[in-house]
Design a protein around this ligand. Sequence first.
Ligand code: PRP
Length: 219
Amino acid sequence: MDKAAPLTIALPKGRLQKPVVDLLEQIGIDCSELREPSRKLIIPVPGTEWRFLLAKPADVPTYVEYGAADLGVVGKDILLESHKDVAELLDLGFGFCRLIVAVPETSGIKDVQDLDFNSRVATKFPRITTEFFSSQGIQAEVVHLNGSVELGPIVGLADAIVDITETGTTLVENGLIPIAEIAQITSRLIANRVSCKVKYQTIQGLVRRLREVLAKPVD
Ligand code: PRP
């Protein structure tokens, strides 16, 4: 691997961190310090001029757009919502989930077209939600929450939610059913547009290695 160009890679803290580290180790990057419990937010890669930043997932596109990180790993949901000017280099395949519209099972609603005029929709993804309902010709009031979105319909804050679902457990345990799928989501490798030019060889080499590993059949 070309270790010449210094590289900063923003990684998302939380549920994507382990699969990212697994993947990076498969292409020979020493991630041992990332596996240790720690509160450090900048982790150097031994034997290289590379380093990782550990960021909130929603902030990864911001670090990359401003060039504070050359590369980043982020879910497509966050990428769609953030509208940041970054280059999307690779679908990493892991972190699969679905972005859906869900309603209380007891509502009897089976389709988004059945939602009342000006229904309230709670979500962590206000931009995507506004665009989706607009594309469906449905007038909806979007209520922005930062998490535990499934609470919205239970406490009368919203008639529906737009959220990601992975196993479906959170929906079921809160009496919600999906009525529409907006997008299928996986993790993406993104890059700062200037870094793509000035660190072309290094980034290209990394992408090539990742492609090779991702193309291998799973044992
Ligand atoms: C996400 C998402 C759902 C839940 C879905 O929330 O917003 O609430 O996971 O997962 P499941 O289908 O496997 O049950 P997260 O855990 O990120 O927490 P948050 O609600 O506080 O954002």
